[in-house]
Ligand binder design. Sequence first.
Ligand code: CP
Ligand code: NVA
Length: 301
Amino acid sequence: MSPDHLLDVDDLSREDLFAVLDRAADYKQALAADEDHGDLAGKTLGMLFQKPSTRTRVSFETGMTQLGGHAVFLGEDDIHLGRGEPLKDTARTLSRYVDCVMARVFDHENCEVLAEYADVPVVNGLTDDAHPCQTLADLLTIREELGGFDDVSVTWIGDGNNVAQSFALGCALAGIDLTVVTPPEHRIDEAVVERAGELGEAPETTTDPEGKIADADVVYTDVWVSMGQEDTRDTRLERFEGFQVNEDLLAGSDARVMHCLPAHRGEEITDSVVESERSIVFDQAENRLHAQKALLATLVE
Ligand code: CP
Ligand code: NVA
């Protein structure tokens, strides 16, 4: 595989992406059959976190264990980063110990700094701008559910946030037809739309959900208030009125529903939709494990 790091999905070529997804599917089967798979014996993953996490933390740590390696949790306040040690020094020091760094940081630029100064692969475990590991799991889930990507159409509804932006790049690479419906103030970045257009088809972007749900194979949403945006909560809740994924929005549609989780039930999605037959949110969560194992093995082996 060509990239040294995974800072966003477009570090992967279409060929790389499909190779990771195929490997993830193989690992998933092997795990279910209790067969040996992958070999990261003696390898260590450093996991740097500036924000909380359930899925990312546990799936990366479990994944390393299943591959025969080890993961170290590094909360920013547990290491000297939280006391002002520069990120570039942290990157160089960690590189002397671990074989890969996974980082969840606020500023995307900080992930780039880590990658610049680390001598080992750096994987973005979510920044304010991107969440590529989520996209890998999402594409694996869509392929499992719909048998492939050809003629698949997805409507993203809600915030044009980190998860949406990486997903847009992933859809362009995979050949999924994507429509992104957001309030005018919360569109995905124009640079992401342009980049998606370079990789494949740019998503259609609109501020009106009308007519964008009925024909979608998948409806995907995420929280309206991401980590770090809590002080703008009230304004956001007002702006997102009418964008909730609920039974009314889905009336007449047989779309599956995706959410990267954690879900704020009663805000961007209702409890009944999360609990419904159409919800594949826990398959997405599970696939974080398989997709990231494939990615780690590919980057580190
Ligand atoms: N979807 C996701 O990244 O979840 P966590 O914040 O729990 O890691
Ligand atoms: N958009 C959310 C995703 C969490 C996995 C956030 O950044 O908080």
